[in-house]
Design a protein around this ligand. Sequence first.
Ligand code: IPE
Ligand code: IPE
Ligand code: MG
Length: 240
Amino acid sequence: MRPYDNEKLPRHVAIIMDGNGRWAQARNLPRVEGHIVGIESVRDVVSATRELGIPYLTLYAFSKENWVRPRDEVRKLMELLGIYLDKELPLMLEKDIRFNMIGEMKDFPKKLQEKMHSVMRKTARHKSLTLNLALSYSGRQEILHAIISLFEDVKKGSIKKINEHVFKKYLYTGTTPDPDFLIRTSGEMRLSNFLLWQMAYTEIFVTKVFWPDFRRKHYISALREFCKRERRFGRVEDID
Ligand code: IPE
Ligand code: IPE
Ligand code: MG
């Protein structure tokens, strides 16, 4: 299926994968079941992104603020992350997908840190799709860290001039282009501390569909909507 003009597709899609708990609660299941089924949606969306030739996808999987959730839920999420990485590595190797963790690596158990580093290393040269997984991520923390590292480099004398272009490289996303399109599932109208610097001009799309139900067809229809958007970046429409 060729849903639209490929020229107009976003180069970078960011997704706030929300609503796993409510999906499960609506079925009288424990919240964790929503996270488990949500992994299927991740698979669907990652493969659709790769097939469509969109080169960057950033998925918000766990926020810095999510650590205060019930201990059992956090433990299960960590376990699922480990399983996901083990299971998806062969596909990443086969499909030329680069895995990149963005967030506070040091917050994770040592074993999981090693696993993430290992998958990042093994996929580092891949070019077709960069999959950023935001884990223990906070947009404000990211900006603060960037300021601190930049300040160090200014003190050392390796940076003489500061502008947006220079600053951006200190963020976790580095030289990745800013997201063109943000999708948030489950209907909440907020950013929840996601990519605060990078989303200055991102087109936003919110759907009521819960993440575990969000599959390829929903993704394609969101992308269709993106293709119809007129992005102005502060300019006025062409009138002549
Ligand atoms: C998103 O779903 C996944 C994570 C934040 C880990 P939620 O777990 O936030 O589900 P709801 O929003 O409570 O339904
Ligand atoms: C945002 O969802 C974070 C992730 C999807 C990982 P939350 O469920 O944590 O956000 P709030 O609490 O509704 O803002
Ligand atoms: Mg939520």
